[in-house]
Write a protein that binds this ligand. Structure first.
Ligand code: FE2
Length: 306
C-alpha cells in the first residue's frame, strides 16, 4: 500500500478538441499543450495539466493520483493488474503506473511530472470581514472573466460495486474516510475519502464513490480562489451559453461553496472554494445519506440537472 498525496488530473475522450478547449477556457482553465490528437489544460497553480482530452468518442477514461516518490511507483506496480513503472511520453513527462479500478476506469499513479510557473490570480482583492477591515482606501473593480481554476480537488464516481471500490482505493492508495453516510437500513452507502498526509491538513474529500447500476463519472471538481470567483465565473459561463447543473450553494459534508456545470459532451464539472481541511487526527463523521446531497444554503439537490 502507498499513500498518494493528491489527485492530479482527469482523462477524457471527445470528438472535437476545439469545442472542449473553448468550454474549458470559459470554465477557467488554460491550454498547457495541444497535439493533433490530445488537449492538455492547466490551472493557475504549478501543475502541468489537470484535464486531458484525447480525440475520440466521448468518454471519461479515468484519473491520476500523485505518488510521494518514485519508490512508491515500484511498490504499486506489484499490485495485480498494474503496469510496470513506465516513462510518460506525453507533455508533462514523469513516470507512472496504470491500473484499472473495479469498474475498469484507468487509474494512473504519477510522479516527477514537470511543474510550470504559477499564473497570476486576476480579480484578487482584500475582502473586508465584519470588524476585520483589510481593504482601506481601495475599491473593488472586477474584470468580467472566468473563475480561474487553481487545481483539481476531487473526483466523484458512480460505481457498480461500492464495497469493492471503497476497498480498492483505501487498500492500494491509502485513502482514509472523512464521512460515512448511511441508508435507511443503517448500511454504509457512501464514503467521502481524503488522502492521508499525517498531521498536514488536506481537503475533506479527494474521492467520493456513489453506488449506481451503471459506472460513470459523477463529476470532477476544481478549486477556485474565493466565493467572488464562484459568482463571477457563474455569470461568465451563463453569458456564454453553457449548460448549468447545480448551484450556487454551500454543501454540508465538506462545507464547500459549489457551482456545477456541464461540458459540451455532458460531463459534469464543478467550481468549489472554502472547503473544510482535515488531518489524520480528525475523527470519522457519520450522517444519513440525505445529508450528502443537502445544502447549508443555496439551491438544494432537487434543483440539480442531471
Ligand atoms: Fe464535488
Amino acid at each position: 500500500m502507498i499513500k498518494v498525496t493528491d489527485v492530479a488530473y482527469a482523462r477524457f475522450r471527445a470528438p472535437d478538441l476545439d469545442l472542449m478547449e473553448s468550454f474549458l477556457k470559459d470554465f477557467g482553465l488554460t491550454r498547457s499543450f495541444r497535439t493533433e490528437t490530445a488537449l492538455y489544460m492547466r490551472g493557475i497553480d504549478g501543475d502541468h495539466h489537470l484535464h486531458i482530452t484525447e480525440l475520440g468518442q466521448p468518454a471519461f477514461l479515468g484519473f491520476a493520483y500523485n505518488a510521494a516518490s518514485e519508490e512508491d511507483l515500484h511498490i504499486i506496480s506489484k499490485v495485480e493488474g498494474a503496469s510496470s513503472v513506465e516513462k510518460v511520453y506525453e507533455p508533462g513527462g514523469g513516470k507512472r503506473v496504470t491500473l484499472p479500478d473495479p469498474d475498469g476506469f484507468l487509474i494512473e499513479i504519477v510522479h516527477g511530472m514537470d511543474e510550470l510557473p504559477e499564473l497570476p490570480v486576476i480579480n484578487q482583492f482584500s475582502p473586508n470581514f465584519g470588524e476585520i477591515r483589510n481593504r482601506q482606501g481601495k475599491f473593488v473593480r472586477l474584470n468580467f472573466a472566468p473563475a480561474q481554476c487553481k487545481r483539481l480537488g476531487h473526483v466523484v464516481l458512480n460505481v457498480t460495486n461500492f464495497k469493492a471500490t471503497d476497498e480498492f482505493y483505501k487498500s492500494h492508495f491509502g485513502l482514509i474516510t472523512s464521512d460515512e453516510c448511511f441508508n435507511d437500513a443503517g448500511e454504509i452507502c457512501l464514503t467521502f475519502n481524503r488522502v492521508d498526509r499525517g498531521k498536514e491538513y488536506v481537503d475533506h474529500h479527494t474521492l467520493l464513490t456513489i453506488p449506481s447500476p451503471q459506472a460513470g463519472l459523477g463529476h470532477i471538481a476544481f478549486e477556485v480562489q474565493d466565493i467572488n470567483h464562484i459568482f463571477l465565473g457563474h455569470e461568465f459561463l451563463k453569458k456564454n451559453g453553457h449548460r448549468h447543473s447545480w448551484g450556487i450553494g454551500r454543501h454540508i459534508l465538506g462545507s464547500q461553496v459549489f457551482d456545477y456545470w456541464f461540458d459540451p459532451f455532458g460531463f459534469r464539472v464543478e467550481h468549489w472554494t472554502d472547503g473544510d481541511l482535515l488531518n489524520a487526527d480528525t475523527p470519522v463523521g457519520r450522517s444519513s445519506a440525505a445529508e450528502a446531497l443537502n445544502v447549508q444554503w443555496g439551491a438544494d439537490s432537487s434543483q440539480r440537472a442531471t
